[in-house]
Design a protein. Structure first.
Length: 317
């Protein structure tokens, strides 16, 4: 049973009140109120931050067949079909859905450096969105305003930028320390982002011209690996903290841990029983691993069964 993990990431869909979460290279969908999670197909070497489409019918995820290639994969929740949108020797990351179009924003280094691109899911149309100096990362839509918010990385400087339509971008925040995952609440009033601290942790900060936030959302929430927050409504959001999913109230210390239950089966190569590794008692056993790297080909394989014989890997399935 899987309930938490340091690689946990999640997304929230308001109309169905469900979470899609990634854990140990797999994807699940679960109701917020609890219950067993539904397994979803996942690309090989699935990376964090799956995103649910606005209609709740599809999930976009990032996965790759090698250590250096990450592409976008589209998953149909009902039919369980999965397909790669594009296949190429580049690294795509951090996709987000357009709120009204069948399109996705994401970052990619296909132009030689990380920039933001827009990809339609109903045809092969793809276009580059950002062209400024430096690298543009971690895009998010500003709902209802045809807006975009993202991180612009420059030598020795990190900026949160926003842009509306085809207009010029404006800078909201500038820092000498890395900034991660800026996004705007659904009402377009509140902007959140993670600010990296000198000790390597990160603090969730919020900016609003109308709400009293003091720029510090939850100073006690300082994870080593920050992840995007997902707004449930105007006052509550989901966030991953220390490997657990939490529901937090805006401008409050109220924290509720969200139950996640995903059953992961371990396949046995009969007649070998599954036993804890103990060479003195069971020299042959099957070991389920999340990832295994092939140092010859450079491929990273996910969710594999290793047949171990006297401490040696004799087969991988």
């Amino acid at each position: 049973m899987l309930t938490h993990g340091q690689d946990l990431s999640l997304d929230y869909h308001a109309e169905t009140d469900t979470l899609v979460f990634g854990l140990h290279g797999r994807l699940w969908q679960t109701p917020v109120g609890g219950g067993n999670a539904k397994s979803l197909p996942a690309p090989t070497h699935a990376l964090p931050h799956p995103r649910i489409s606005p209609d709740g019918k599809q999930v976009i995820a990032v996965g790759g067949t090698t250590l250096r290639e990450h592409n976008l994969w589209l998953i149909d929740i009902e039919t369980q079909e999965i397909r790669r949108l594009y296949d190429g020797p580049w690294r795509d990351a951090n996709p987000c859905w357009h709120p009204t179009e069948p399109a996705i924003l994401f970052e990619s280094d296909r132009s030689g450096q990380s920039q933001i691109w827009k990809q339609r899911t109903d045809d092969a149309d793809i276009q580059r969105v950002t062209f400024e100096p430096g690298e543009a990362r971690e895009p998010s839509f500003i709902e209802g305003r045809d807006g975009l918010i993202y991180v612009q990385t420059l030598p020795g400087r990190y900026e949160v930028r926003q842009r509306y339509g085809q207009g010029r971008p404006t800078t909201l925040v500038t820092s000498s320390m890395p900034i991660r995952y800026p996004q705007t609440r659904r009402d377009g009033v509140l902007t959140t982002f993670w600010q990296t601290n000198p000790d390597g942790t990160a603090t969730l900060e919020m900016l609003s011209p109308t709400e009293q936030t003091n720029n510090k959302a939850v100073p006690e929430l300082t994870p080593q690996a920050p992840q995007p927050i997902r707004w449930q409504d105007r006052d509550h959001y989901f966030v991953v903290n220390d490997g657990y999913a939490e529901r937090r109230k805006f401008a409050s210390s109220t924290v509720e841990r969200v139950p996640l239950t995903a059953w992961q089966t371990v396949k046995s190569a009969k007649p070998l029983p599954i036993q804890p590794p103990s060479f003195s008692q069971s020299p042959r056993y099957v070991l389920k691993v999340g990832f295994v790297a092939d140092v010859v080909t450079g491929r990273l394989l996910a969710n594999q069964d290793l047949l171990i014989d006297e401490g040696r890997i004799v087969s991988v399935e």
